[in-house]
Design a protein around this ligand. Structure first.
Ligand code: CU
Length: 142
């Protein structure tokens, strides 16, 4: 019999079994799902929580040894643009107790200086004049 050898040909078995051909398609599906997830994350990061983007303007007047306002609480949103509009008879510096702290110089002689700031996290941020040792406003950031 000339075909005996073929009857004893080894069966494919064990680790040499070829894998099903779907693995490539599965990998593409996973990649697509990851991409969709990334888009969703991007949207939620940019969409915000409806916080105001309207500029909050706070007028501050220094005259002699007094300042107006003098310890008022002002509510602002996280990342809302804030303009401190400072009119002063003497030049000085405002201290913003955010993280990190910031200080801004303003002009004197009755000039008006606009200081722009934004607070990135919720909390209470005090704006002080160290020249007068006075609390000007407390920003309630939420
Ligand atoms: Cu300070």
């Amino acid at each position: 019999m000339s075909h005996v050898g073929s009857q004893h040909s080894p069966q494919p078995s064990g680790p040499t079994t070829p894998r099903p051909a779907v693995s490539g398609r599965t990998a593409r599906r996973i990649a697509a799902a990851l991409a969709a997830g990334a888009v969703a994350l991007g949207l939620s990061a940019c969409g915000g929580d409806g916080g105001s983007t309207t500029v909050k303007k706070i007028d501050i007047t220094f005259s002699g040894s007094s300042v107006t306002p003098n310890g008022d609480r002002v509510k602002v949103d996280v990342d809302q643009p804030i303009d401190l509009i400072v009119t002063a008879d003497e030049p000085g510096e405002l201290h913003v107790h955010s993280e990190p702290e910031q200080s801004f110089e303003y002009e004197g002689g009755g000039a008006t200086t606009t200081i722009e700031l934004q607070i990135a996290r919720p909390g209470v941020v005090e704006v002080e004049s160290h020249d007068l040792d006075e609390l000007v406003v407390s920003l309630e950031v939420s």
